[in-house]
Design a protein. Structure first.
Length: 52
């Protein structure tokens, strides 16, 4: 357990959410696999395939 009393084995949100964050303005996209930012129009990076 960590200082907050939560087991270290418990996970949080997946790291794959990074593909939803605009690198220009930081907006988090609501829809999965966005291609452009609705706020600033910047192209978003393609999602990385998950490794097994």
């Amino acid at each position: 357990m960590n200082a907050g009393g939560v087991s270290a084995e418990e996970g949080g949100d997946p790291a794959c959410w990074l593909g939803r964050v605009c690198p220009e303005c930081g907006l988090f996209a609501d829809e999965p696999a966005p291609t452009t930012c609705v706020r600033c129009g910047a192209e978003l990076p393609a999602a990385e395939p998950e490794e097994e």
